[in-house]
Design a protein around this ligand. Structure first.
Ligand code: XMP
Length: 217
């Protein structure tokens, strides 16, 4: 994997061999791989270590439980070689602190706003409170929507110094260059890459769109 890329690829495939094959094809040109329940449920926790042979793996488990359970889930990811983990923040500071403590050196990213329309129903009204609480707990970074640039800018402005990862790119309508221009550090794309006829070509297209923004600023 490379620090020159600002792209995190979501491998939401239910066939582990296909996920490994795609990782093999694209890993040299991306920043990290993100996995989620669709792959983890089929492949088992060992897939984290297998994919880690290609570099950084972020486990998007959107943890939302009591502190003890959060801690057990996080330690499973850590013991299997995860580089990062995504947790919900709405469960409160004790639950969040348990993830951060169990994570040790692993990066922890908290969800403070989401990329789907339903985020407007509940989460978006407390996004700034979630962000403030996450910062008090010394979070590594947050997840903020790459397809809602107003919200993304609000989170960027209030979350100085935080790493911001943005899904909502591609199929959900977000544009990678716009997301970076509006405060995102890394964009997350899944379907637009793994459903593409030419995944590596799509990775390169996103990398080049993003690097033109970075080099201009
Ligand atoms: P697509 O196919 O839409 O995949 O490019 C996006 C990936 O990111 C996850 N996702 C989110 N994760 N907060 C998160 O923590 C969000 O707002 C969010 N939106 C999408 C999604 O599950 C998939 O893995």
């Amino acid at each position: 994997m490379t620090d020159n890329s600002r792209l995190i690829v979501a491998l939401d495939l239910k066939v582990p061999d296909k996920a490994m094959e795609l990782a093999r094809e694209i890993h040299r040109e991306i920043f990290a791989i993100k996995i989620n329940w669709p792959l983890l449920m089929v492949a088992g926790v060992g897939i984290i270590r297998e994919l880690s042979s290609y570099g950084r793996v972020i486990c998007d488990l959107k943890i939302a439980d009591i502190p003890n359970t959060n801690s057990l889930i996080t330690s499973n990811v850590k013991e299997n070689g995860g580089w990062g983990i995504i947790t919900h923040a709405f469960t409160g500071s004790d639950s969040l602190a348990a993830v951060i403590e169990a994570a040790g050196e692993m990066k922890v990213f908290a969800v403070v706003s989401m990329s789907h329309p339903g985020s407007d129903q509940f989460i978006n009204s407390v996004s700034m409170d979630l962000l403030e609480m996450a910062m008090k707990e010394k979070i590594s970074g947050v997840i903020a929507p790459g397809n809602d640039l107003v919200m993304l800018r609000r989170i960027r402005n209030a979350g100085k110094g935080l790493m911001i990862l943005s899904p909502g790119i591609g199929v959900q309508g977000g544009n990678p260059a716009d997301a970076i221009r509006n405060g995102s550090d890394y964009v997350i794309a899944g379907r637009s890459i793994y459903n593409s006829e030419d995944p590596l070509g799509e990775v390169r297209r996103i990398n080049s769109a993003v690097s033109s923004v970075i080099h201009r600023s």
